[in-house]
Design a protein around this ligand. Sequence first.
Ligand code: LER
Ligand code: MN
Length: 270
Amino acid sequence: MRFCIAMGAKLVPTIPVALGGDFVKQMKIASNLGFQGVELHSPSSSLIDVSAVKQAMVQDHLKVETIGTGPIWGKFGLSIMDQDPIRLSALIEMVKKYIDVASEIGSKITIGSIKGNIPSTMTYEQGISYGAKSYQELDDYAGHKGVTILLEATNRYENNYFNRGQEVYDFIEKYGLNHTQILLDAFHANIEEPDFSHCVKPLMNHLGHIHFADNNRHWPGSGCLNLEGFTEQIRNAGYDGVVSIECLPWPDSMTAAQNSLEFFHRHFHN
Ligand code: LER
Ligand code: MN
């Protein structure tokens, strides 16, 4: 199991990323705390200083596990469901640039918030087949660059499709996406999965990454989620990949990061 934490280019109290600021400085902090990996969340791939990050990876014995694309949605409002061909192609080009950076750094990329929403003018099936063209194009591109895409199941209040892990699983199988894996997030899974304590095992063939926060999106263990059951099934399923903290910087960055790491040590061996 590899213990990871998400970091943003800026610290925003309402965004669930516990560390924020200059990536190189934050990587040192994450490493000193005892994490083995980080996620970088940046509104532009060009803001990631590839050589500085690569140097920090070596110096701090840290892996960049994935690069989040969510800030593209937050900053520009672009999504895979955009019906305007110019805006959609701008989004695809931006995501490809993240894949280029990921290829250099040796990380995956995450597609979460940029999934967007199927418009009310389309049925669910029409929306999925519209989106499939973009997901296939990005999967092919990632494959050529040796990068894996993590496609996240997010709750219905953020996106109106791919809410459950099984939905992402079936999509990967149906469209033969060989370079795409599932990202399951405890916060979203608690809202969407029929059984929060038995949702991991059926996904194992395609599961690539797991996000952790509590029901209030504070550090795991600080809220009322049944994280005992959630983590027990992860151990029992034989999952040995990345578990990653994606929680609010509450009550402050360091407390959130430290308590999260203690949570991982209590529940997993690495
Ligand atoms: C992204 O990983 C995620 O979980 C979304 O809710 C955006 O924060
Ligand atoms: Mn997440």
